[in-house]
Design a protein around this ligand. Structure first.
Ligand code: ADP
Length: 390
C-alpha cells in the first residue's frame, strides 16, 4: 500500500510517500512559506504557494516521478490534538474533520493547519481514504491521578484544562521496538522513554501503555527543550503579567526564547555540547539543568511504572548525543544505571543496548520513525476501518 504521510503546519507541509509492505520511502520533502507570498501579479516575486491547496499541487508534482505508474492508496495525517475523544487513529469523514476543528482552541497553532491539509486533499482527491493519527492518542491511557491538575474543577469541565501529552506516535512506536529488542511481550513492558528532539518529552510505560508523560495541556510542560522552558512555577507568569507582560509576550518567552536558547543562547544541542566542551560556562550550566530535569523525571517515572525494565532514548538528541545521554546516566547512579562508554559512543541507525551487562536497568537507543508509524497506522485503518472507530 502506498501512503502519503502529511504533516501540515500553518506555513509548511512536510510529506513522505511510503510503501508500507516494503517499509521503504519513495519520496519525501517539505514545502515552506505557504501563504507568505508577496501576492498577485505586479506585486513582485511570489515566494511560496498561496495556500495549502497550491502546496499540495507542488507535492503532487514532486512525487509524480517517484510514483511512476503506481497510485497513492491513502493519506495519513499527523494531527496534533485528539482531545479526549480520539484514542486511536481514525478514518476521516466530514464529522471527524469538524471534531478535529472543534479542538482548535486546545491547539490553536496546529489543529487548524492539520484541517487545512485534510481539506486540501479532499478537494484534490475526493475519493482518497484519509486517516488522522493523533499525537495525543497514545496517552489516553493515563490514569486520572496523572492527567489532573490540582485546580478548580470548572477549569477542566468548562475549558478542557487537563494533561493530554504529546509525541504519542513516537513513544508508542519506540515502545514496540524496544520491547521487541529486549524480547519482552509488549503487555509486560515497563519502561521510561525519553524522546529528545527540539521538543522533548518523557513517558512512563506500564504494560506497554502510557501511564504518565511530561508534556501536559500543551507541549510546553516538562523537560528543558530547544526553545521551551518546560516546568516552572506558574506564579512567575502572574508576576510578569502584573509587570505588564501581555499573553503574547509570555507565550513567545516560554515557547521561543527559553530552554537551551534561554540558558545557553543556542537552541541546538550539538552546538551547546560543543560550546560546553570548549569551556563555555553557560553551555555547561544549560546541559546540567536539562540533564538534571530529565533525570528527575526518569526517577519519578521509575516509581510510576513500578520499576522500569528499560530506559530508552530516542529522537535527534536521544539518538545522536552520547554526551547528553552520558550526563543523564551519571545522575541515575541511585537506580543502578551504568552505560558502556564504547557502546554509548558507537554511531548506528539500529536499535541497540548501550548499558553494561551489570547495569540494573538496560539502557537503549531506539531510532524513532513517526512517518513510518503513521503510514502503518493508516494502512491498518484503511484495511479494517470499522475495528478501530472511536
Ligand atoms: P524535531 O523535534 O524538530 O524533530 P529532532 O528530533 O531532529 O527534532 O532533534 C533535533 C535536535 O537533535 C537538535 O537539538 C540537534 O542539535 C540534535 N542533534 C542532532 N544530531 C545531533 C548530534 N550528532 N549530536 C548532538 N545533538 C544532535
Amino acid at each position: 500500500m502506498l501512503v502519503l504521510v502529511i504533516n501540515s503546519g500553518s506555513s509548511s507541509l512536510k510529506y513522505q510517500v511510503r510503501d508500507v509492505e516494503a517499509g521503504s520511502v519513495l519520496a519525501e520533502g517539505l514545502v515552506e512559506k505557504i501563504g507568505m507570498g508577496t501576492g498577485g501579479e505586479g506585486d513582485g516575486e511570489i515566494e511560496g504557494p498561496r495556500d495549502h491547496a497550491e502546496a499540495l499541487e507542488q507535492v503532487d508534482a514532486e512525487i509524480h516521478a517517484a510514483l511512476g505508474d503506481r497510485e497513492l492508496d491513502a493519506v495519513g495525517h499527523r494531527v496534533v490534538h485528539g482531545g479526549e475523544r480520539f484514542a486511536e487513529p481514525v478514518l476521516i469523514n466530514n464529522e471527524i474533520t469538524r471534531a478535529i476543528e472543534r479542538l482548535n482552541p486546545l491547539a490553536p497553532l496546529h489543529n487548524p493547519a492539520n484541517v487545512l491539509g485534510i481539506r486540501a486533499i479532499s478537494k484534490k482527491w475526493p475519493d482518497m481514504p484519509q486517516v488522522a493519527v493523533f499525537d495525543t492518542a497514545f496517552h489516553r491511557t493515563l490514569p486520572e491521578h496523572a492527567w489532573r491538575y490540582a485546580v478548580p474543577e470548572e477549569l477542566y469541565a468548562n475549558h478542557g484544562i487537563r494533561r493530554y501529552g504529546f509525541h504519542g506516535t513516537s513513544h508508542e512506536y519506540v515502545a514496540h521496538r524496544a520491547a521487541a529488542l529486549l524480547d519482552v511481550p509488549l503487555e509486560e513492558f515497563d519502561a521510561v522513554i525519553a524522546h529528545l528532539g527540539n521538543g522533548a518529552s518523557v513517558t512512563a510505560i506500564r504494560g506497554g501503555q502510557s501511564v504518565d508523560t511530561s508534556m501536559g495541556f500543551t507541549p510546553l510542560e516538562g523537560l528543558v527543550m530547544g526553545t521551551r522552558s518546560g516546568d516552572l512555577d506558574p506564579s512567575i507568569l502572574v508576576f510578569l503579567g502584573r509587570a505588564g507582560w501581555s499573553p503574547e509576550d509570555l507565550d513567545a518567552m516560554l515557547n521561543r526564547q527559553s530552554g537551551l536558547k534561554g540558558l545557553a543562547g543556542n537552541n541546538d544541542m550539538r552546538s551547546v555540547v560543543e560550546a560546553a566542551e570548549a569551556g563555555d560556562a553557560r553551555a555547561a550550566m544549560a546541559l546540567a539543568v536539562a540533564s538534571y530535569r530529565l533525570a528527575k523525571y526518569i526517577g519519578g517515572y521509575h516509581v510510576a511504572v513500578g520499576g522500569a525494565k528499560a530506559l530508552v532514548f530516542t529522537a535527534g538528541i536521544g539518538e545522536n548525543s552520547h554526551q547528553f545521554r552520558g550526563l543523564v546516566a551519571e545522575r541515575l547512579g541511585a537506580l543502578g544505571v551504568l552505560l558502556d562508554d564504547g557502546l554509548n559512543r558507537e554511531r548506528s541507525k539500529e536499535p541497540r543496548v548501550i548499558s553494561t551487562a551489570s547495569s540494573a536497568i538496560p539502557v537503549l537507543v531506539v531510532p524513532t520513525d513517526e512517518e513510518r508509524a503513521i503510514a502503518e497506522a493508516t494502512a491498518a485503518v484503511v484495511a479494517h476501518p470499522a475495528s478501530v472507530a472511536p
